[in-house]
Design a protein around this ligand. Structure first.
Ligand SMILES: [Zn+2]
Ligand SMILES: [Zn+2]
Length: 149
C-alpha cells in the first residue's frame, strides 16, 4: 500500500495525540515534491514563498521530528561541506535505496541494489549480527555529463 508522506505523518500524529499544523503540512508537501533531496535552506526558501511567517529553525525542528519518526533520512554527501540533505521515505519498507551523485551537475540519482540486500543477509549469517540499515553513496560523472565532454 502506497501512502503519501502527509498521510503517514498524520496517522503517526493521531497515535501520538499531536496535530498537523499548516507549517508541518507545507514542509511535508515540499519534501515530497522537490526533486533531488533538498537541504533545509532549500526547503525553507521554497516554503517561505507560501508562508512568510515560517523561519529556518521551524524547518529544522520539523525535519528533526520527521527523522525521529523515520519518515525522512538525512544524508551527507562529500562535497556539501557537511550540509545535510533530506530524503523523504515515501514507503519505508520498500524504500531501501542508494545514491549516485554526479560531481559535475550535482544531481543525485537513486537506485536499488539487490546485491546489497544479499550482502546484508550474508553478513548477518556469518557474524550473527542484525543489520538494521545500510547506506551507499557512489560518486562519479553521470551519462549526460559524459556526453557533453
Ligand atoms: Zn534518496
Ligand atoms: Zn551529471
Amino acid at each position: 500500500m502506497n501512502s503519501t508522506l502527509i498521510e503517514q505523518a498524520e496517522s503517526i500524529l493521531k497515535l501520538q495525540g499531536g496535530r498537523m499544523t499548516s507549517q508541518r503540512k507545507l514542509i511535508l508537501e515540499l519534501l515530497q515534491s522537490m526533486p533531488g533531496h533538498p537541504t533545509a535552506e532549500e526547503i525553507y526558501l521554497a516554503a517561505s514563498q507560501y508562508d512568510e511567517s515560517l523561519n529556518l529553525s521551524t524547518v529544522y525542528r520539523n525535519l528533526r521530528w520527521l527523522i525521529d519518526l523515520k519518515l525522512v533520512t538525512p544524508l551527507v554527501f562529500d562535497d556539501d561541506r557537511r550540509q545535510e540533505r533530506f530524503d523523504a521515505m515515501i514507503d519505508p519498507p520498500q524504500s531501501d535505496h542508494y545514491h549516485f551523485r554526479c560531481q559535475e551537475c550535482c544531481q543525485i540519482f537513486e537506485f536499488s541494489a539487490p546485491e546489497v540486500e544479499q550482502f546484508k543477509a550474508q553478513f548477518s549469517d556469518s557474524t550473527g549480527a542484525v543489520v538494521q540499515s545500510a547506506s551507499l553513496i557512489l560518486y562519479g560523472i553521470c551519462a549526460d555529463c559524459r556526453e557533453l565532454k
